[in-house]
Design a protein around this ligand. Structure first.
Ligand SMILES: NC(=O)c1ccc[n+]([C@@H]2O[C@H](COP(=O)([O-])OP(=O)(O)OC[C@H]3O[C@@H](n4cnc5c(N)ncnc54)[C@H](O)[C@@H]3O)[C@@H](O)[C@H]2O)c1
Length: 381
């Protein structure tokens, strides 16, 4: 039995792949590496001592995906992570989000149907709830999406619901993540930093690494205990474990089910700053600026259903998330600097070799010229 993981080199996909390997599954990863890199497979091997099968393909490329399904005829279930994930970016580039998040899902589902593979775990988001009517948010809450990113996740959920409605041979889990954070305890896997991060912990990390001066806290007069916004952060290692439980469910049932994956507890912006400072011993300067328009003050999950139905419970703390996320960022930066240094050395060696080659050419030309002149002198004599 093989499990296909789309986007398996990314943040949540790589941690889930580690957990799958640890639980004895054989894993095929497909990823176009648009937001990850090809060293992830090596790192997964270092952590687990096991190899993954990796294909660098774009999931929108149907023929390439068909080749993967044709090559391995025992793909039993699929984790679908490949897609874009930054909510604020989706407000600026909605087309990019609709195109990639819908195309990857439609192509994947068409190929799965073609190859009679009908078990899927889909990476959805709490963004489908938008501005929630009540807290904590249960899976049954009204969906009041407010961003293009959230719309793409809801559209994919609806596609999956429609597929199930016409063919109940499918088995589907829709996992709604709240705010995934942290990294692998080894420091080898984590969340890739983007140039303009919007999520709180990635921004704090940029400040800790001296790439930004201070944190802008958008508003401190919301109706929350300290006035700043509240989110439900969940450690990626806990998420990975929930994925194994969801897989077990999907393998043993023919159903469609939705699970909130958070911790069920909200932390404010100031809580996160303090936890990060405490655990990493780094001061994070911040100033309070105007609130963002349409910002949802408070979001946290009701995870009772996931706890009862999957037998899953998140174990890691906010401190663990701050520690592991920063540890990964530090190691990643060090690796990047070492790579830059190695590239600089390689270019310098190339430059020296080229200079040497030119000097040898010049000496050879001089020697030939002298030889010619000698012959000419002998001739005139
Ligand atoms: N991280 C979050 O905060 C969060 C929250 C809710 C939902 N999600 C969803 O979970 C999934 C995984 O998120 P993540 O944080 O690991 O993101 P990520 O960007 O780290 O991982 C996504 C992976 O998919 C790959 N990918 C993107 N488009 C592809 C394509 N067309 N073909 C092949 N590979 C492609 C990227 O290279 C990357 O490795 C995404 O679908 C995301 O929308 C994430």
């Amino acid at each position: 039995m093989k499990i296909l993981v789309t986007g398996g080199c990314g943040f949540i996909g790589s941690h889930t792949t580690v957990e799958l390997l640890k639980n004895g599954y054989e894993v095929i990863v497909v990823d176009n590496l648009s937001n990850s890199n090809n060293k992830v497979a090596e790192k997964i091997k270092k952590i687990t001592g096991r190899e993954i099968i990796f294909h660098q393909i774009d999931l929108c490329d149907k023929e390439a995906l068909e080749e993967v399904f044709a090559k391995y005829d025992d793909i039993t279930a699929v984790f679908h992570f490949a897609g874009n994930r930054i909510e604020d970016e989706s407000l600026e580039e909605p087309l990019k989000y609709y195109r990639n998040n819908l195309d990857t899902t439609l192509t994947l589902l068409e190929v799965m149907k073609e190859y009679n593979c009908k078990k899927i775990i889909f990476a959805s988001s709490s963004a489908v709830y938008g501005n929630p009517e009540k807290l904590p948010i249960p899976e049954t809450a009204n969906l009041r999406v407010i961003t293009p990113f959230g719309q793409t996740k809801l559209a994919c959920e609806n596609i999956l619901r429609d597929i199930y409605a016409t063919d109940d041979d499918w088995s589907i889990a829709l996992l709604r993540y709240f705010n995934p954070a942290g990294g692998h305890e080894s420091g080898m896997l984590g969340e890739k930093q983007c140039e303009k991060p919007n999520n709180l912990i990635p921004v704090i990390i940029k400040i800790a690494q001296g790439e930004l001066d201070e944190l802008k806290v958008f508003g401190d007069n919301y109706n929350t205990p300290d006035g700043t916004t509240i989110r439900d952060y969940v450690h990626v290692a806990d998420l990975a474990k929930a994925h194994i439980k969801a897989l077990e469910k999907v393998l043993s049932t023919k159903d469609i089910d939705i699970y909130n994956l958070g911790t069920g507890r909200g932390y404010s912006v100031l809580d996160v700053i303090r936890a990060f400072e405490r655990v990493n011993n780094i001061k994070i300067p911040y100033t309070v600026v105007d609130s963002k328009a349409d910002e949802v003050p408070e979001i946290y999950a009701d995870i009772t259903y996931a706890e009862n139905k999957l037998g899953w419970h998140p174990e890691k703390t906010l401190e663990d998330m701050c520690k592991d996320a920063y540890n990964f960022a530090v190691q990643h930066k060090k690796e990047e600097e070492e790579e830059k240094e190695a590239e600089k050395r390689r270019l310098e060696e190339e430059r020296i070799a080229e200079e040497k080659r030119l000097e040898e050419e010049r000496l050879e030309a001089e020697r030939q010229k002298e030889e010619l002149e000698e012959i000419e002198t002998l001739d005139t004599e």
